[in-house]
Design a protein around this ligand. Sequence first.
Ligand SMILES: Nc1ncnc2c1ncn2[C@@H]1O[C@H](COP(=O)(O)OP(=O)(O)OP(=O)(O)O)[C@@H](O)[C@H]1O
Ligand SMILES: [Mg+2]
Length: 645
Amino acid sequence: MTTQSPLAGGSDTLATPHPGRRGGTEDSGRKRASQPGPIGGGTLNSAKMAAITVLAVVLVAGLAFLYYKTDIGEFRRQVQIASHLRELKDIDTRWESELLRLQNDSASTPLAAAHAAERLRRALQGIEDESSVSRMVSYSFPELKRAFNDKAALMEKYRITAAEARQRLDTALVTAPDINKSLRQALLSNPRQRDRITAFEQSLGAVQAEVLRFNLAPDATQIGRLEARLAALRQAELPASPTLGPLLEKFLATVDQFYKAKLAEQELYNRLQYITAGPRLDTLTSAFHRELEASVQEKELFRTALITYAGVLLILLSHIGAQLRQSYLDIAAANAALKEANEGLERRVAERTQELSQALKSLEESQSMLVQSEKMSSLGQMVAGVAHEINTPLAYVKNSLETVEGQISGMSEALTETEKLLRMLREGADEQTFGRQFALVNSAITRLKGHGAPEDVAKLVQDGQYGITQIAEIVGNLRNFSRLDRKKVDRYNVADGLESTLSIAKHMLKSIDVKKQYNPVPAITCSPSQLNQVFLNLITNAAQATEGRADGEIRLTTRAPDPGHVEIEVADNGKGIPADALPKIFDPFFTTKEVGKGTGLGLSIAYKIVEAHGGRISVDSKAGAGTRFIVRLPVHPPDDTVAVV
Ligand SMILES: Nc1ncnc2c1ncn2[C@@H]1O[C@H](COP(=O)(O)OP(=O)(O)OP(=O)(O)O)[C@@H](O)[C@H]1O
Ligand SMILES: [Mg+2]
């Protein structure tokens, strides 16, 4: 199973060094979502709202219906129809009186007739335009219109014919005096024809009288009488007169024309009597008035209903208004309470934030203290190891110096006795004293030789020197590892770094076989002391994992997977990491070691250092089969990424 640092972006990224940064927002989002909405909205559920909407629509529709039903627009149109019907009636009455006048031989008024035609057209058009408001009118109007148009046309013809008949009558009546005048001249020229002239005059007078009667009453009796008088006149003996013949001819022709015109006039008159415009108009007018009356009554009814309905609606609206006002007051009160609560909440949140930021600050302080203590603890372990390393050569040096010290006291005794002997030889002494002194020098030299001096002293000094060289070497390694005397960021050969780390960790690796495979890699830019700390953490963990194994082995490999990166692999055949622990090993304070032995910060710090170098650290481990850490670093880290951890 493999775990990479979050920087690796691998699919199975299990290590999360800073879990505290996650979460929180989702939780608070959920809390926000579960908070009640603003007061006033959402108190009515949607079903209730729908019912109220439907009710409002129905009420407004009812009002609109009643208003429509009481609308006087329709009534106005009905009044218009009534006025046009009255106009028609007036026209018809005028026609009737004109007929009477014409019948009674009065002259017609053509100008009035033209005016009447225009009025008729407008009245009919007016009714037609408004006919849609009345069922009765729209049903009867076509027939009425036809009747009125027919009557207007006949009236026009009748006027012309009557005028013609009158003109013929006038001509005939004008001709009659000329005949009389001609008869008087004939009598003067020939008095003997008096009787004939008188008879002729009577016959002519009778025709004239019948013509006038026929003009007033052109009925069948009158026709018969006129025709009889005319026949009598035609048969009467004509008095001798040069002018009478043509005048009589003219008179008879004119009377004949009058007779025909009058008959035509009479026929038109009779046809006019059969035109049903008047009765139709009366029937329609009275039916329409009934309809109008019913409509007025209905409107009155709807008006009453509208007033009642509007009153009820007003009461309802006042009630709703009162309720709304109450709701508004409630909402205002609730909002004020909410505002107060919010302010309290904000105060509490501010206090809490203050507390939390203080807690965070102290956490950060304690974390940095812990990191520091981890460093101190690593340092302590390192110092203990180094002290142990130094102890062995130090023991040689001490031993040699002690031995040399013992030799030096023997030498000084031999030297003192020898000096005494030399003084005796120079100054002179008795043989016995001289012999005794010689024996003392001899025994001192013998003792000295018995202790191995002076050859051993040289050897001991050499041994001491060797021990001191070793101590100097260890101190040198220590300085090399810590690099306190060098630049913080430098070019660095990872193999050298591993070597210096191994020399520092030597005391832990005594029973472990360290195998190295340093493939050539380019020097990288980094903080060497920090990377040495990473390697020391990894090598220490590996050494601790193989503790107790006779065949413990650590493999250190360097390689350049591409020109821009180097990889350092630290593998061991130790106890491995169980799958459930693997995702947590980079977490700060995660340790499986017994209390006091591990702080659980080693890998967390290593992770941070590698991250700060723009690299990544990954692990591959199987419980019981060993562990492999791979540190991948860029040859040139991005600017400013090498931060001090
Ligand atoms: N090479 C390894 N083999 C087996 N387990 C390991 C190895 N490296 C790390 N671990 C596991 O990861 C844990 C965390 O390691 P880390 O170095 O962070 O802390 P630690 O070694 O327990 O304590 P510290 O390093 O502070 O002394 C270890 O306790 C151990 O369980
Ligand atoms: Mg460790």
